[in-house]
Design a binder for this molecule. Sequence first.
Ligand code: SF4
Ligand code: SF4
Length: 241
Amino acid sequence: MEWEQLKTIRGQLENRAIDMGARFFGVADLTGTLETIVEQGGNFLAVFPRALSLGIALNDGIVDQLPRHKEVGVARTYDYLYYTVNQSLDRIALSLSVILNENGFQTLLIPASDTIDNKKVQGLFSHKLSARLAGLGWIGPSCLLITPELGPRVRWVTVLTDAFLESGNPLPNQCGDCQKCVEACPPKAFTGRPFDSLESRDARFNVQRCIDYRLYLKNKTTGVKVCGICVYVCPFGFREA
Ligand code: SF4
Ligand code: SF4
């Protein structure tokens, strides 16, 4: 297919995503990281050289309440926000996938929220990897994708495709000397090491501490596994009232 046609399709995809409520749209070139992708999700992912990254902004009115995440009302409202945003993301992904399929391309939808490896707490494919490669943000010591516009107050979904759409370029890490997410995490789950694509997530994040803390809150207090302090505290998303 001609470059101009691919450009037109890319425009259609972006317009559809924005019309359906996405705040972020980007295309990642996966060709340099296929080995890592296959290792995590399996060989069948190797046929997709591109990924569409789509992000919906999390509602500030709810995220700003998270310092009170031990209260039932706050925790359940945030939990509900996650649920509804994930559903919207999956719908956007399906709609964009249809556009690509109608133009003769293969796609694979990665669910907005799905864990296939309970031990490693990993999905089939990393939404954050795709969003980072698409140039929509960088990874903080919190292991979250940090956008310049909204920090980590964004949820992501991914559509893998064999359409060679024009891709973005990764952004430099802009955390600087900040360690607010590291200091604020209640069970101290982050080591404070900056992101390094050659290191495993374990070098930065003791995921079990996060799980145990949220499980404790679910069982003892709120009924849901919700914390979100690392999302709340990042200065890139935080706005003084
Ligand atoms: S959700 Fe809470 S416990 Fe988990 S990593 Fe973030 S701040 Fe720490
Ligand atoms: S809180 Fe600070 S260190 Fe953590 S991701 Fe945000 S800017 Fe980076």
